[in-house]
Design a binder for this molecule. Structure first.
Ligand code: ADP
Length: 600
């Protein structure tokens, strides 16, 4: 008899096995085997249920001891899908019982499902069970792989989009262009019907109004909504933009129709619900713009989309902050440029005073002479005429100096380019420093400049650069025995080359590397600002030209390259940054474009 404990452990260890006596009569059948072959009967020869596929020579009524040591494969008569493989073992050394230690053998997982087996029908170390676990693992891995792949694809898409926005806004200093680029990129990429930008109102910066930047890909449905949007302003907390300002975060509204704090829902039309998202743009802690996007509900991963808008908010905020900082820096530099010009004026003041003093002296002498002659009754008409013409010349000379000084000192930051003759520009500049140079016996040589040579430029800025170079030349030449300064102008095709050379000792190599840096000076405190060359260099690059130190010259020679013409947008024909804010600098806040609003 087999006890229930023995049966239990037999079922657990050998669910697909059976035990026979020495004649092959079945004495015990494993639980799972009985489940798939209910017709199997204890007390019958195993050959009645199974045929022996292997060893192929075995007869159907084989005795178990004949099968010892062989790999045995059995097939059930009544269910062709059931194939068992294993070995026949004596139950003990003295036993007359034999264990057919069998395992289920299948060729495809579907064989198992047809047999109605579950995981619990297998023993833990059963190869079939292992196989099932393996299969399940494969399926799970594939699912995970699929998820990982789609999340990677999404991240790639987002990265590519953010990168393309970053690249196209990298060089720009136009805030409006940044927003326009963003709307144009984001809407088609993710199927948003509408993209719109709001900015603080100039009259009341605590309310947000439309900037006029609006893109629409799904026309009719939003016509009324567009008009409504253009006409509104939003205080903190009001509507979508107001909530973005209040929470200082991306705001996601899953269904605009059902949102009581979305007043514009009344002018939306259509059946399907619409999503809305609001994205803040910060400079420091201040929200400087709100981007809003609208889209008919569809199947997309809103968490992933939200994450994208958070990244967009961070990225655009840094672009806009960078732009505003650059504009502020340019304004500051323009201020410095003006300060440096004033410092230059200070340096030449003595020369200018001398320049004015000479004719003034002549005027005084003339008036004394005329008084004396008149008192002595010796003033003839001829004398009077000649002395008066001398007075006229002196007065004219003084008026010229004063007007040149005025032209030089006025803030030319916002001037348009002008076509000017170089000869006049050079001579007006020399007028301001000639006397100063001569006072130290520094001779000035100027090359011949034809009257026809003209350049389009900001004349007072170019004059400022020449004056800077001449002042530096004065400082360098002054301490020498041999004192001279040479100013030459050459026609180099598309540009003029204006050079200033001096008889000074030259510039050592380690200093020459730094002279264009702002605030670098070797002059004593109170004398040098260190701004002259750096500002001069900026002025030249802003004109599309350059300022360089000619390393091949034996003497110190600075070369200004000035293009003959400028581009029509009023900026230089290169994209170098300028120390001056140009006329088309974007305002710190975008005002709604009137034409856009009146279109509505
Ligand atoms: P600053 O004249 O106020 O020092 P600049 O930017 O004009 O500022 O010049 C920077 C430095 O370049 C000067 O301090 C000087 O060392 C050097 N430098 C400029 N021009 C000359 C020159 N012609 N000869 C020798 N050194 C010069």
């Amino acid at each position: 008899m087999i006890s229930s404990a023995e049966r239990y452990s037999f079922d657990a260890l050998h669910p697909f096995s059976l035990i026979t006596d020495e004649h092959g009569t079945i004495q015990l059948v494993g639980r799972s085997l009985a489940k798939i072959l209910p017709q199997i009967q204890e007390g019958r020869h195993f050959g009645e249920t199974f045929s022996i596929n292997q060893p192929s020579a075995a007869s159907p009524r084989e005795r178990p001891q004949k099968l010892l040591g062989e790999l045995v494969v059995l097939t059930a008569h009544l269910n062709e899908r059931v194939k068992l493989r294993g070995q026949v073992l004596p139950c003990s050394a003295t036993s007359t019982q034999f264990l057919f230690a069998l395992e289920l053998s299948i060729s495809s997982p579907s064989d198992i499902s047809a047999l109605n087996l579950t995981i619990t029908d297998f023993r833990i170390s059963d190869p079939i069970f292992d196989f099932l676990l393996f299969m399940q693992g494969q399926i799970l891995n594939q699912e995970r792989l699929r998820q990982a792949k789609s999340s990677l694809e999404w991240k790639n898409r987002i990265t590519r989009l953010l990168l393309s926005i970053a690249l196209s806004t990298e060089e720009s200093d136009d805030e409006e262009a940044v927003y326009r680029t963003t709307l144009d990129a984001v809407c088609p990429a993710f199927g948003w019907d509408v993209g719109h930008v709001l900015v603080p109102s100039r009259n009341d910066p605590t309310t947000f109004i439309s900037s006029g930047l609006w893109t629409m890909h799904e026309g009719d449905r939003y016509t009324e909504f567009y008009r409504d949007t253009m006409a509104r302003s939003f205080r903190e907390g009001e509507g979508l933009p107001g909530r973005v300002v209040a929470t200082r975060d991306v705001v996601w509204i899953p269904n605009l129709y059902q949102d009581p704090n979305f007043p514009r829902r009344k002018t939306l039309s259509g059946e399907k619900p619409i999503h809305g998202v609001g994205v803040p743009i910060f400079v420091g802690d201040t929200v400087v713009a709100v981007l809003e996007f609208f889209k008919e509900c569809g199947s997309f991963d809103s968490d992933a989309m939200l994450r994208f808008f958070e990244l967009l908010s961070a990225q655009l905020s840094s672009v806009v902050a960078r732009q505003r900082a650059e504009i502020a820096a340019r304004r500051h530099l323009a201020g410095l440029a003006n300060a440096s010009k004033m410092a230059t004026l200070g340096e030449i003041a003595a020369g200018v005073a001398h320049e004015i003093n000479n004719p003034l002296h002549t005027l005084t002498l003339t008036s004394h002479l005329l008084k004396r002659l008149s008192g002595e009754g010796r003033l003839t008409n001829d004398i009077l005429e000649s002395q008066l013409s001398k007075v006229e010349t002196c007065a004219h000379r003084m008026a010229t100096i004063v007007s040149e000084l005025k032209a030089f000192s006025r803030d030319s930051t916002h001037d348009e380019h002008k076509r000017v003759p170089l000869k006049a520009l050079v001579s007006e500049t020399l007028d301001l420093c000639h006397a100063r140079l001569l006072s130290k016996d520094i001779s000035v040589e100027v090359s011949d400049i034809p009257n026809t040579w003209e350049a389009e430029c900001h004349p007072s800025q170019i004059s400022q650069v020449m004056l800077n170079l001449l002042n530096n030349a004065y400082d360098a030449a002054m301490a020498q025995q041999d004192r001279w300064v040479k100013l030459e102008v050459r026609d180099q095709g598309p540009a003029f080359e204006i050079s200033v050379t001096d008889s000074g000792p030259g510039i050592p190599r380690d200093i020459a590397r730094k002279i264009m840096d702002p605030f670098f000076t070797t002059k004593p405190p109170g004398k040098g600002t260190g701004l002259g060359l750096s500002i001069s260099s900026n002025i030249m690059t802003d004109h599309g030209g350059s300022l360089t130190l000619d390393n091949s010259s034996r003497n110190t020679r600075f070369v200004m390259t000035l293009p003959k013409t400028q581009q029509h947008n009023g900026r230089a024909n290169t994209n170098h940054s300028s120390p001056y804010p140009s006329r088309n600098d974007s305002p710190s806040t975008l005002e709604p474009s009137p034409s856009f609003r009146s279109d509505a």
